[in-house]
Design a protein around this ligand. Structure first.
Ligand code: BGC
Length: 372
């Protein structure tokens, strides 16, 4: 598919309509239409991703169709079919199910940007924009190693439980592999024990990254494996919505001496509250504003008939550091050209610098609120 839309782009150039703003591409009278398909409004981040992108495109004179599909893959396919009837010029998709979505993309002839999650099994994808997902997991694993000084613990061992992401989300495997790359030697060496015995990617997956499912799984693990005040030292949680469920289960029924180290990802407001109250230890922060703005810039270039490559990274360097990768994200059909942003660890020690000083969050009643 990489090339299907290039033909459209070249026509644009030949017609002499190259421009940077949406209104002018294709003639001043025709507003460009941008279709944005997001997974769900119940997971905090997608609301912000959606609104950042909508605002950027609308400020540029585009019409935006923004849709959420309640985390239901079948509904998302129907929603996209409906959006395509409005003849958008570009489609930006974060899939609920990265595999099955290929069905609806089969006959799509406009450029498609795979946003945050990689669209699999399809050649109908032009670019992938995301954070380095493997690195997110690795940052969590490395944080645990440093915080507990796992390199020199003598005979001391640590109990850990794992909450992975949704196995239907391509990102989840990258995070898992990144975290395991750091932690596996400590698990194999017996420094980290997993009392539930549930360690594999599939055993630890939480469908829909759902808070309630994570809470329930943690409650069951506590009941079966942490009787009589046995300590849980580490909860490796792939993201903030799963970490939230774990914290809720622990607050309600954990009898150990010490609250465990809990990892997360995103910077959801409730989790940042937990971070300040010592009920979550870290989160891997990914500025959604930057991810949205990079995607907006990329879409603008594609709509102007360009085929962005490594040079694009220089063009967006004012927004943030981005790397161009043509090797790591094979979607089962081809290696999708990817623009990757760099995630950052946030803790109680550095949140002011990373979240407040950058203006991405503000303080409200002693807690943190994302700035729209
Ligand atoms: C995103 C995470 C998010 C998760 C659940 C993943 O694809 O990369 O940032 O926490 O989905 O919404």
């Amino acid at each position: 598919m990489k090339k299907k839309w290039m033909v459209l782009g070249l026509c644009g150039i030949l017609a002499g309509v190259l421009s940077t703003g949406c209104e002018n591409i294709g003639g001043p009278e025709k507003k460009k239409v941008i279709a944005i398909a997001m997974p769900s409004q119940t997971l905090e981040r997608w609301n912000r991703d959606g609104s950042f992108m909508k605002k950027a495109f609308e400020n540029d004179g585009c019409k935006v169709i923004l849709n959420y599909s309640d985390n239901d893959p079948v509904r998302q396919q129907k929603d996209i079919e409906r959006m395509l009837e409005e003849k958008p010029d570009i489609l930006i998709v974060t899939a609920v199910d990265c595999e099955s979505i290929s069905e609806v993309l089969k006959d799509v002839k406009i450029p498609v940007i795979s946003y945050d999650r990689l669209l699999r099994n399809t050649d109908t994808v032009s670019y992938y924009v995301s954070y380095d997902n493997y690195k997110v997991g690795k940052l969590q694993g490395d944080y645990i190693i440093d915080a507990l000084n796992l390199g020199s613990t003598g005979k001391k061992t640590f109990n850990m439980e794992i909450m992975q992401g949704d196995p239907a989300d391509n990102n989840a495997l990258y995070y898992y592999n990144g975290a395991m790359n750091s932690l596996k030697k400590f698990i194999d060496g017996g420094v980290i024990k997993v009392p539930s015995g549930q360690l594999s990617y599939t055993q630890t997956g939480i469908s829909g990254w759902d808070t309630a499912r994570a809470r329930e799984r943690m409650q069951n693990i506590l009941k079966k494996n942490y009787k009589k005040g046995k300590n849980l030292d580490i909860a490796l949680c792939a993201n903030d919505s799963t970490a939230l469920g774990v914290t809720q289960a622990l607050v309600a029924g954990y009898k150990g001496e010490k609250f465990p180290l809990i990892t997360g990802q995103d910077g959801d407001e409730e989790n940042l509250k937990n971070l300040l109250e010592d009920k979550q230890s870290m989160t891997v922060y990914k500025s959604l504003k930057k991810e949205g703005l990079v995607t907006y810039e990329l879409a603008k270039q594609i709509l102007s008939g360009k085929e962005p490559g490594a040079n694009f990274c220089k063009q967006v360097k004012e927004i943030c550091e981005v790397s161009f990768n043509i090797e790591s994200y094979d979607n089962g059909v081809f290696k999708v050209p990817s623009f990757l942003l760099t995630p950052q660890v946030v803790t109680k020690k550095n949140y002011k610098q990373v979240l407040l000083d950058t203006g991405e969050y503000k303080e409200r009643d002693g807690y943190l609120e994302a700035v729209e």
